[in-house]
Ligand binder design. Structure first.
Ligand code: FEO
Length: 171
């Protein structure tokens, strides 16, 4: 595998694990403030992020490369209200989309069509993750100031259930 593509993919394992860590911190914030549905939503998101890390790790192994696990930075965000984690989540997903695009561009530059095909799933996934994050921000702005509205949102997020992502389900 091209050195740059390898390095970006291996770094992405760390970035996805950091995302899991970040979303666990969001879940803690909501749990500590009595919003168990929001906490559930982010606990599941953290599971999905760990899955994303595993998908990159599997791809490296399937291509005879070593996965090198690096230290995960501490998530250290402070929140003043229930909207702030949601806005931070949307900004983070946009950042991750940029990372995936960079890997894609590096693969494209060396005609690594296998890597590009592999990354297609992540490109679609990022679209979905940005859509979800953006709609959570809008819903909080629309309904979150009213206690009944906030209660209903919390119930809705409580209903989210974990599903194994398709690239892991095939293993
Ligand atoms: Fe792994 Fe939220 O992107």
């Amino acid at each position: 595998m091209d050195k740059k593509v390898y390095k970006l993919m291996n770094d992405q394992i760390n970035k996805e694990l950091y995302s899991a860590y970040l979303y666990l911190q969001f879940a803690d914030y909501y749990k500590e403030n009595g919003l168990n549905g929001f906490a559930n939503w982010y606990e599941i998101q953290a599971q999905e992020e760990r899955d994303h890390a595993l998908i990159f790790r599997n791809y490296l192994h399937e291509n005879d490369e070593k996965a090198r696990l690096e230290a995960i930075p501490q998530p250290d965000k402070k929140f003043k209200n229930f909207l702030e984690p949601l806005e931070a989540g949307l900004a983070h997903e946009k950042f991750v989309t940029g990372l995936i695009n960079n890997i894609y561009a590096a693969a494209d530059a060396v005609k690594d069509y296998r890597a590009m095909k592999f990354l297609d799933w992540f490109i679609e996934e990022q679209q979905e993750e940005e859509d979800n994050a953006s709609s959570m921000v809008s819903q909080m702005k629309l309904f979150g100031k009213d206690p009944k509205g906030l209660y209903d949102l919390d119930r809705e997020y409580q209903a989210r259930a974990y599903k194994v992502p398709s690239p892991l389900a095939k293993n």
